[in-house]
Design a protein around this ligand. Sequence first.
Ligand code: PLP
Length: 390
Amino acid sequence: MSQWQKYINPTVRDIPPSGIRRFFNLAAEMEGVISLGVGEPDFVTPWHIREACVYSLEKGYTTYTANQGLPLLREAVAEHLEQNYGVKYHPKDELLVTVGVSEALDLALRAVVVPGDEVLVPDPCYVSYTPCTALAGGVPVPIETRLEEDFQLTAERVEKAITPKTKALLLCYPNNPTGAILSKKNIEEITEVVKHHDLIVISDEIYDQLTYRGKHTCIASLPGMRDRTILLNGFSKAYAMTGWRVGYAAANPVFIEAMNKIHQYTMLCAPITAQMAAVEALKNGREKMQNMVQQYNRRRIMVVNALNEMGLPCFEPGGAFYAFPDIRPTGLTSEEFAEELLMETKVAVVPGNAFGKSGEGFVRCSYATSLEDLTEALKRMSRFVKKRLG
Ligand code: PLP
């Protein structure tokens, strides 16, 4: 062990590196790899959004903005949330523009968690939730979700996981990595448990616009939940804007004020150019966004059918852009499957255990990949699986 390790905060030292990055790095060192690994749209940000940014630079928008974000963007976000979900947020003190949902998540956790607080997290879940909770001093408590139950989080399981130390429930629907959308019935029942135990909800709704069957219910729109929810959302997925680094949080002013305290000293503000582009995305981006969603939907159907046909039972995802096939029929673990697939066929997928214990036995395949690449990747996967199934 290096002599310098003793200087590293043990909480940081003990956090394993992201399972997604490990495979991404392995794949990056090989030639001719088709990556279904990273959750990133293959589309370039629509031109009118890029143009708005270029134009803002021409006009000299190169400064800091208010810590909370450009009033113009906060107004556009408020309008968007009211139109989509009927939930009103005041742009003055109930919205905070952040550097992606990533920053908003970190701020939300740091603003509410005190050491020892437990945060309930559905398992499998997005790779940041567990480490970010630990970095905030909290204790992540995974709640199993299962293929046999369509990866639904149930009120019963939430209730069972609650202890006197539980402070918050962290939600992500449509879900990364399973693609599940929480049914209206389940989400309603969960809100009853949350209210009964006086918990708050941190809801990461980054995939809310990417739905294909069933309807996404914004938890903040349910009775008594607006002030109990810190709603997180952004532009990375719906508008193909991962590199712009812009997102937002919507919540009761008490939460926004606390989050803004951290934000103002650590980030100061989100980049002004990205904020100008985000205004354009919200004002005029719907049509282009819906075009992308239609294309994801076509790929989704193709991928799910192909996976089932090759002998990997695949849950039909209702949202996001991931398929999460069951690879247990091959007799391999998630890591073995991903590693052997990469080495033998140069197709990169993410082992399900990177998303938590309940992800073991599955792999995540992103279909935010061109049809051509997807078709080739599925052919290679099919040959690989057939060999294992005999
Ligand atoms: N939340 C979820 C569920 C994600 O899948 C991702 C990225 O993959 C993020 C947040 C990160 O979002 P952003 O690019 O807005 O920081």
